[in-house]
Design a protein around this ligand. Structure first.
Ligand SMILES: [Zn+2]
Length: 262
């Protein structure tokens, strides 16, 4: 099986890119359901898909990711209410991210785990940007993925054990000494789950990248768009962790060789 897949991958890798893109778009459509329903505590499986304005149940041909949005020209077929382009953007973004993970990580089990991680981080980023809250069920999902990854793929036991422990202690201390102002509770729960998924080294790197992105982009947005000082840190944190999951080992190696080789 594995040899057959490798053979297809070597002769025509495009097949895998297209598959990653299409699966990613299909999963992106489920991510939209999570993004809209989790903050409202609605079920993500039992309630059939419906229009957010008039409640009209959607036909199968209105549920095809991206195409339905274009076909309906961004409007509900019942009440003509405008459908947010966010649906389409999340689907496409997830598809492109899944293809990117395949490009970076190639054909292996870890690729699927990182694709699922990045989808979960995408949901967290959008929900936090909209509601300033990091949904706990998604954090639990990341912790479960992290647990699976520890079994299949880890470089050192010490790193994966220290990851969640150090992150949890660090953030509890930070929250304690700042009387809860330093970071939201959701942020440190996410960091703890990511500590398990990435191990201490890469989790710390992701956190640093997230802080750098957050300070640069948020200050730019304060100047250009006059947004307030209060920032939803989730999207930056999610981006930092995604970058670390994809290129963290390379960045870490580069950093060490750059600064400690003289
Ligand atoms: Zn409608």
């Amino acid at each position: 099986m594995k040899e057959a897949l490798n053979l297809i991958n070597e002769s025509s890798p495009a097949v895998f890119y297209i598959m990653a893109l299409l699966f990613g778009i299909a999963v992106g459509s489920f991510l939209n359901v999570c993004i809209y329903r989790i903050p409202k505590k609605e079920s993500i499986v039992t309630v059939p898909s419906h229009c957010m304005s008039c409640g009209k149940k959607l036909h199968w041909y209105e549920l095809i990711p991206v195409f339905s949005y274009l076909f309906l020209r961004g409007k509900c077929s019942g009440c003509k209410a405008k459908i947010s382009p966010q649906y389409c953007i999340v689907e496409l973004a997830n598809g492109l991210l899944w293809a990117l993970v395949f490009f970076v990580k190639g054909l292996q089990v870890d690729t699927i785990l990182i694709q699922l991680l990045i989808s979960a981080l995408l949901v967290i980023a959008v929900i936090d940007a909209r509601t300033k809250e990091i949904p706990f069920p998604i954090v639990i999902f990341i912790a479960v993925l992290g647990g699976i990854r520890v079994i299949f793929h880890h470089e050192s036991w010490l790193d994966v054990i220290l990851g969640p422990v150090v992150m949890a202690v660090l953030f509890l201390a930070l929250i304690f000494f700042s009387n809860g102002r330093a970071m939201g509770g959701g942020d440190y729960k996410l960091c703890t789950a990511m500590g398990l998924f990435l191990g201490l080294k890469l989790c710390f790197l992701g956190l640093v990248i997230g802080c750098i992105l957050g300070s640069i982009i948020h200050v730019a947005r304060m100047i250009i768009k006059h947004v307030g000082r209060e920032l939803a840190f989730g999207p930056y944190l999610a981006a930092g962790f995604a970058i670390s999951a994809l290129w963290g080992a390379d960045i870490w190696g580069w950093y060490i060789s750059k600064f400690f080789s003289f």
